[in-house]
Write a new protein. Structure first.
Length: 254
């Protein structure tokens, strides 16, 4: 278990397994390729958290489900990354369902460990700029309660940072829709919480995003003022071993 620092950052993840990992990328990927890519994502994301930890006091975790899959993360995580069960099994208020149960479970656990703030990070954005993790931890370290929201291009969010486990932020959320981020903003407003928003980023959960990711890892494009995508070398190596011509053909046909 990592040492208790100011801020905990947990990647919400399942262990890399064929048929269970990155299934929305099959096709064009085979299940074994999708699992290998999932493992590469986890290594890069946890390495990215460790890199952020050189600038601000953060600890990295994997918030995983289901129970019993802990050993399957072996070899896929940066050194010092902790494991937290986040299967949503503890009691939660009415309206907190599906992913909301796991998120609330993860936040409660991180804060119970003694961290003064906690962040949930998706497992689908291996090139997320390190600076956004640093910025999140810095904002959460300031006095006063608040929410840090990293909105995704698809209407969800890639990051949520909190100083308290507000269950209302996870109640009656239309998960897996383009209204997730906006509904979360409304929940925060109802609680009287300020929302600090990060730049929009993207999830890799369809063939178009997969091609975009491959191009990004090859060109290391500038993402905006002061932002550069994390190089994600393990992801780049995994993609170089894959034939993505079928994905490109499918996009050209649309």
């Amino acid at each position: 278990m990592p040492a208790v620092t100011e801020c905990a950052i947990a990647v919400m993840a399942k262990a890399p397994r064929p048929g269970f990992s990155k299934t929305r990328l099959c096709p064009p990927l085979l299940p074994e390729q999708a699992a290998a890519l999932s493992g590469a994502f986890l290594r890069d994301i946890t390495d990215n958290i460790a890199l952020a930890g050189r600038k601000v006091p953060v600890s990295g975790y994997i918030a995983y489900a289901p129970a019993g899959t802990e050993a399957l993360f072996g070899g896929h995580l940066a050194a010092g990354t902790g494991l937290l069960l986040a299967d949503g099994s503890p009691p939660v208020p009415a309206g907190v369902v599906a992913l909301g149960r796991s998120l609330l479970h993860a936040f409660r656990t991180m804060l119970a460990l003694g961290h003064r703030s906690a962040v949930a990070l998706n497992a689908d954005s291996p090139t997320l700029p390190t600076e956004l993790l640093v910025r999140t931890a810095t904002v959460l370290a300031a006095p006063g309660d608040r929410v840090v929201l990293g909105p995704a291009e698809d209407g969800g969010y890639y990051l949520l940072g909190l100083k308290a486990a507000h269950a209302h932020l996870f109640a009656d959320i239309p998960w897996s829709t383009d209204a997730v981020a906006q509904t979360t903003r409304a929940r925060a407003a109802a609680l009287g919480l300020d929302v600090v928003e990060l730049p929009v980023w993207y999830d890799v959960d369809d063939p178009a995003a997969l091609i975009r990711l491959r191009d990004e890892t090859r060109t290391e494009q500038q993402a905006g003022p002061g932002l550069r995508p994390y190089p994600a070398r393990f992801t780049a190596q995994a993609l170089d071993r894959m034939d993505l011509r079928a994905a490109r053909r499918g996009l050209a046909a649309e």
